[in-house]
Ligand binder design. Sequence first.
Ligand code: UDP
Ligand code: MG
Length: 329
Amino acid sequence: MTSISVIVPLYNEQESLPELCSRLFGALSDPELHRCFPQGSFSFEIIMVDDGSTDGSVGLIRQLMATSPEIRLISFRRNYGKTAALSAGFRAATGEVVVTIDSDLQDDPQELRPLVMKIREGFDMVSGWKRERKDPISKTVPSKLFNLTTRIFSGIPLHDFNCGLKAYSHELAASLDLHGEMHRYIPVLAQWKGFRVTEIPVKHHPRKYGKSKFGSSRFFAGLFDFLSVMFITRYLRRPMHFFGMMGLGSFLTGLVISLYVTVDKLMNHRPVSNRPILFLGILLIILGVQLFSTGLLGELLSSRPTRDAGWAIRETANIPEKTLEKLVD
Ligand code: UDP
Ligand code: MG
């Protein structure tokens, strides 16, 4: 088995790639790192996941592959987003320890060893914490807000949920099922599945080349994904508990209102036609039935496994036959 798989999601990062690779190879040849694994058994792979780059990134990776057989390539047909790139990487990873790192040199490859050592201590996930973040204020302030809300709602005491630098046990990496822009919430999903999650401070650098790939639209995407993560971690396997409860509440309230109006009419001869509350009763009954049906549909859907990964691969290189099957599954 491979000791370490490094997953590098990249989207138009050709300027950074040569330096990133040489620094990754440097970090991976550290004898201290090799000591984390049984003697003489150390091996690694670097999985480059090209997320539909339109610059020379893929050509550059091919050049690097010519001299480094440890590099593997998965190239998407178009830009699907970082979550899809990571998720393809997780499927292809064969390492006992799986590390993800951004390709723009903002994350430091030197942090690989401390991350891997934490996993070898018995944790399933170690998240980097960019204690001194080197980004413009338009990024750091929203990020603080994002981390605070996620910390409060998930109850997981991490400072930095969305650090590109993270390490995983093979088991956890293989069990992650990501979609949307969910890479921001991987620690939440992991902890919810019962894996041991922790964090360590890591160095962070300003972006050297190119520009950030995440604009302001990420705030909304992030909000919706937050809602789905909350839903997934609590109600994915039992949607009826969520919709059914609301539906029942609404239906019963509506029923009580309608009964009251009816009884009032029969006993006290008050006309029904000029009573606004009647409409509230009707509305609540209909709403209740609708919520209930949504819950039922949810139950039906959640009992069926989906097979669509949500992305399509244009080409791969140096990916073993067996792994390939997992990718196109
Ligand atoms: N990335 C990607 N697909 C995308 C957007 C980003 O693979 O659609 C990669 C990008 O190449 C980088 C990492 O994800 O390696 C983090 O992106 P970026 O540096 O733009 O984010 P920031 O550091 O500004 O939050
Ligand atoms: Mg970056």
